[in-house]
Design a protein. Sequence first.
Length: 213
Amino acid sequence: MLNELGLEYEMVPINVAIGETKGHKLKALNPAAKVPVMVDGKTVITESSAIQLYLAEKHPKAGLIPDSIEERGQMYRWIFFLVTEIEQPLWRIARHTVLYPKDKRLPQDIEIAKQECKEMVAVLENHMDKRQYIVGKRLSVADFNAAYVMDWANENKLLEDAPKLRKYLRWMYSRPTAPPRIASALALLKSLPSNASGSKSRQHDRTHRRVDP
Ligand SMILES: N[C@@H](CCC(=O)N[C@@H](CS)C(=O)NCC(=O)O)C(=O)O
């Protein structure tokens, strides 16, 4: 969204994979000690969807928030749907695959989460019939949210029965302002030396961002 809006920003990389969120100054900005965090002057916003909506509202000329209340309602509907119904099972899969310590992982929950995720992906796939955008006839915040969550679902091979969403994903990421796909961001992380803590070159797909509005 920052690229889409043509904003200048400073990205402060925090490598979640090596626990850099812990004990970092980050906690002063986000008590949950998670990224992303956006600092815009004196305003600090956490939660990726809130950051997206804030940026879109602050830069209305880009038209990423629909004009009509009906379409705005649909945009909120799909953002909440993506975050709660699709992203949450993806988190469960990630937690029980790599994030939790091995003795706390529940392999059976991975299977349940995959099934639940696929069912909700099918709802969005159905919605995308004859549509280019998640809402109405132009890009909105919901598309940026959807592209990231679909990329994540795709990494977990959960879009196999969703050809419209695969096409949508390719299209969203072929746009010149698109960020790197998750696979490229992870490949970059893996290519870095494991003792690279403190190195300026560290990256993660979600980082603490400072925006120059
Ligand atoms: N609901 C938050 C989730 C943020 C989140 O879980 N971020 C992960 C990285 S993608 C994180 O910082 N994890 C660090 C940790 O849990 O220690 C959002 O959408 O912004």
